[in-house]
Design a protein around this ligand. Structure first.
Ligand SMILES: [Zn+2]
Ligand SMILES: [Zn+2]
Length: 147
């Protein structure tokens, strides 16, 4: 977050906000930039740890996450531990987003390519219900390598 004044990045985030008819407030810009730079879905606590030192309070971060989720710029996911995690929603993604990998050992979460579950299989699963989240569990490379 040191180079928050990276102008190209601020500009593209401003354009996203404008396209969603949200006002470009410093907090919204900071939240979006933090999410764009994140390598995995972030909790409200993760984001607060980054943004509170920059002068944004936790309630502001939370309110902005809610606003950004409502307009669809941010995707909110719950992976079985009752903690919301937030990430940038890519343009090509529908509501169900991409699958996530949860390490059962260290609890780390990684984004997976959409391809791990085929669109056809998702459609077939409609017999059971509407899929809102695909979660894959296992051991991450770090934990696996440590054995
Ligand atoms: Zn792990
Ligand atoms: Zn993800």
């Amino acid at each position: 977050m040191k180079d928050l004044q990276n102008l190209d990045e601020v500009e593209s985030v401003r354009n996203l906000l404008k396209a969603s008819s949200l006002r470009c407030t410093p907090a919204r810009i900071a939240v979006l930039i933090a999410l764009r730079r994140a390598k995995s879905p972030q909790t409200h606590a993760d984001l607060s740890n980054q943004l509170v030192p920059l002068g944004f309070d936790k309630a502001t971060v939370f309110r902005n996450l809610t606003d950004l989720t409502q307009v669809g710029l941010v995707h909110r996911t719950e992976l079985g531990d009752h903690v919301w995690r937030f990430e940038i929603r890519e343009h090509h993604e529908d509501e169900s987003s991409h699958p996530h990998f949860l390490c059962v050992n260290c609890g780390s979460i990684s984004c997976l390519e959409l391809g791990i579950v085929s669109e056809t299989n998702l459609k077939k699963s409609a017999i059971i219900g509407r899929v809102s989240e695909v979660l894959v569990k296992g051991e991450c490379v770090t934990c696996f390598a440590a054995k």
